[in-house]
Design a protein around this ligand. Structure first.
Ligand code: AMO
Length: 445
């Protein structure tokens, strides 16, 4: 090792070499290259050794002799200098004939917690989450987060192109936004505070502050006692709020536009990752809009399924998706006009039926991924509604103030990022789509 390092430092030509990523190899003119990454696999054929090198962009085959890999173990971080050669049999048609190989990050394990280089990995999800950074080294798991990061990019670009501005609002707050008791409390010096369930109030306030159109990508906290495949206690919320809207249908149009934009974007940027999960995204999505009442009728007539009053349960979400898939060949459906009693106090009542609201949910392949709607923008009306919900308007002074000074008609929606990722890739558990998931039992890693 010490000797190898010496050779590296003294070799001027080597010093000039700049590290390249594996996915750049086929575009490079130069034959001598320097690569960095992890040892993915070692295949010892006695006279020759093949080492698969993995970096963030891909995997390439290294051809080494026995001496060169004496100190090399699986998952060592290494630096390699070698010559690029074409070889039809090598993955990607390229291999590297190694001149020098150096360990830059040692390993200290006796046995890996599970195989990183095998698709037949049998470790349970819990074990993989316990050793998250090792699990994330597996290309198909990293692929989930490549897709997730492209979802965020698409969200940002789509909204910026439509004159929305990105904001970041406080997550340590003084009062509940979504109602209910699902709040984490935090000691805030000598007071009690909460972790935000959503940026709801702040995104509305920023519309009123003159931003007109805002979005936020941020964490949301729910102290829900649901330890299920679709609930996290900390998740990432993609929030949108838009001023001067006509009605809630404008918001649904905006979200439908986003889904189409997103699919086009993912088809361009995540081809490899979508293939890994055998996902084909449709070219065009036309999302049907069905009132909640109508959905209840359909569920009863077609599936003999009774629904909870004014709502739809998990089984209902699956069945209504099945119906929409068969009838409209669409994986999405907007459910509209939820009753006042099932929506938070800020939700605007329907024009025709005051027991209903101008709100909606978006169901994607059997799972709610979005809630949205038009909000009450009139100060007196909002104050009255807060009282109707048995809440004290004084507790919402900071929120209500904005409404005294010309609050435009407005509305918005929020998409759960992990839920959207999970459904796009057809994962079976939301934890797979969270880098470091927080559920009722998990507070580490
Ligand atoms: P809601 O409470 O329905 O609405 O949340 C919006 C979306 O956030 C995601 N989500 C969750 N994801 C994982 N685990 C959870 N425990 C969890 N809870 C919610 C879902 C859900 O559809 N302020 C409103 C939005 C708005 O009207 O703008 C709100 O937060 O995908």
């Amino acid at each position: 090792m010490a000797q190898l390092e010496k050779i590296f430092l003294n070799d001027d030509e080597n010093k000039k070499l700049e590290r390249v990523f594996i996915n750049e190899l086929d575009k490079l003119d130069n034959k001598r290259v320097m690569l960095r990454g992890w040892v993915h696999k070692i295949t010892d054929l006695s006279h020759i050794v093949f080492v698969k090198l993995r970096d963030k962009s891909g995997i390439v085959q290294l051809v080494c002799d026995k001496d060169q890999i004496k100190n090399i173990r699986l998952e060592n971080a290494i630096e390699v200098i070698g010559t690029k050669c074409e070889n039809e049999k090598a993955p990607g048609g390229i291999e590297i004939k190694v001149e020098e190989i150096k360990v830059v990050g040692k390993t200290y394990y006796e046995k890996l917690p599970f195989e990183v280089n095998s698709y037949k990995n049998k470790a349970t999800l819990e074990t993989q989450l316990d050793h998250r950074t090792i699990a994330l080294r597996r290309p198909e798991i990293r692929a989930i987060f490549k897709v997730q990061s492209e979802i965020e990019s698409a969200f940002i670009t789509y909204l910026k192109e439509r004159n929305f501005e990105e904001i970041h609002t406080a997550k340590i707050i003084d009062s509940s936004t979504e109602g209910g008791s699902e709040m984490f409390t935090v000691n805030y010096f000598d007071r009690r505070s909460f972790l935000a369930q959503s940026p709801q109030f702040y995104k509305q306030m920023m519309v009123g502050a003159g931003f007109e159109r805002v979005f936020e990508i941020g964490h949301a906290y729910r102290a829900e006692l649901h330890n299920t495949w679709r609930h996290l206690n900390e998740y990432v919320s993609l929030d949108v709020e838009m001023g001067f809207i006509k009605d809630e249908y404008e918001l649904m149009d905006l979200e439908e536009g986003f889904i189409n934009y997103l699919y086009e974007h993912l088809n361009k940027t995540c081809k490899k990752e979508l293939e890994m999960y055998k996902i084909e995204l449709p070219q065009k999505v036309n999302i049907p809009r069905i009132t909640l009442d109508k959905a209840h009728e359909i569920l009863l007539e077609k599936y003999n399924k009774k629904s909870p009053l004014g709502n739809i349960d998990a089984e209902g979400e699956v069945l209504i998706s099945k119906y929409v898939k068969e009838k409209y060949d669409c994986d999405f459906v907007f459910l509209t006009k939820y009753p006042v009693s099932k929506r938070p106090m800020y939700t605007m009542m329907d024009d025709e039926d005051k027991n209903l609201t101008k709100s909606f949910d978006l169901i994607f392949d059997g799972l709610e991924i979005t809630t949205g709607g038009q909000r009450i923008h009139d100060y007196e009306m909002l104050k009255e509604n807060i009282i109707k919900f048995n809440l004290n308007p004084d507790d919402f002074d900071f929120y209500l103030e904005t409404f005294k000074y010309g609050m435009p008609p407005h509305g918005g929606f929020a998409i759960g990022l992990e839920r959207l990722t999970m459904k796009i890739l057809k994962l079976s558990n939301i934890r797979e789509a969270a880098l470091v998931p927080r559920d009722m039992k998990r507070l580490t890693p």
